[in-house]
Design a protein around this ligand. Sequence first.
Ligand code: AMP
Ligand code: GLY
Length: 415
Amino acid sequence: MTRCVVVGGGAREHALAWGLSRHAEVVVTPGNAGIAAHGIACTPAPATELAADLVVIGPEQPLVEGLADELRARGVAVVGPGAAGARLEGSKAYLKEFLVAAGVPTAAHGTFHDLASASAHLRASAPPYVIKTDGLAAGKGVLVTDDLAVALDDVRAKLSGSAFGAAGSTVVIEEGLLGEECSLHFLCAGGRARLLAPAQDFKRVGDGDLGPNTGGMGAYAPMTSLSADQLGEARELIIEPTLAELARRGIDYRGVLYAGVMLTTSGVRLLEYNVRFGDPEAEVLVATVDGDLVELLSGVAQGHVVSGTAHAAGHAVTVVLAAHGYPGTPRLGDVIAGLGRDGQLASPIDGVVVFHAGTRRRADGSFVTAGGRVLAVTGSGPTLEEARRRAYAGAAAISFSGRVSRDDIAARVAS
Ligand code: AMP
Ligand code: GLY
């Protein structure tokens, strides 16, 4: 049996491990309490010390630090780009330079290191103002605002290092784009790309897309409102030139390339690349993957990807339950009611699986909150309506003090 190692410890890794464990033996490093309770082995040992036929690296940080290079140098098959490819996510300034060289349509931008020129640029621009830290900031380094004073304050905080430390010492200021957002995950290897089901992520903390940006409060897939023309445009104008530019730079990219795309009235625009599965998008993609995830991901690691679009098996909706205070400092240690000893619903609902993001288990077997995002309750079904109904039935069966969650995940499309 194939032995897979999944690197990471959030709901994305729980979903990947769960999907892989149907056809393989799976170990997660470091994993979390909910993954272990679900019967999937977790170990604190680093991936470099574990025997594996396939390693799937979940988060961006180890990719940016070169874990995939290190494992490949030891002859291990890995899903995830090396450090050179991971720069697409690791540095917003590098990403913009890459996109301009590749000719990929993206928001106009400027890169700034000092407050005076950044402020002057903002004053000369029209709202909405979009300000991004150069380095990694767990999805929280981006401010979009119509208020010039707020934008100026944000640039000051980022450049002074008080907001994000060294990750903020360079900022990218972008033209604000308007439209619907979409998460397109491409499995890339050998210069080819296979599109998984288009997904939509809900990034703002509050219903109606209000409040600050988060890591993601919920998602659904497939996003069927995308037209064949829009998908064709994304392939032709975004992914194909990106594959060509990667080849020109001598980067053998083997992993997931997640394009955050804005569907504007003048066509598709790339907002960002992530070099891994999205979280919570992975939860709905794993739940709708058609076929054997082990085979699919082994192909990526070995350089065999068939161009085209993967078929989605049914629909899925995931609802994130976050801790009191999220996306600010979360309160930890709140007791979670509604879960059984296996970390799943105490009273199971057909088609519902609970992926753990930030939970800890107490000696008596109960779970408490242990991170900003706590659980990703995922419902699957033959229709989006049914998947949504199940996800929310699952979410309603779980409670903890101060819980933060949205009631409108996939509401507009599923009603
Ligand atoms: P990013 O990490 O670059 O994807 O940015 C996080 C979020 O900020 C995106 O998902 C969008 O909702 C928003 N955003 C980023 N860039 C822009 C832009 N140029 N115009 C409007 N919204 C943006
Ligand atoms: N859901 C957004 C991300 O994973 O970056």
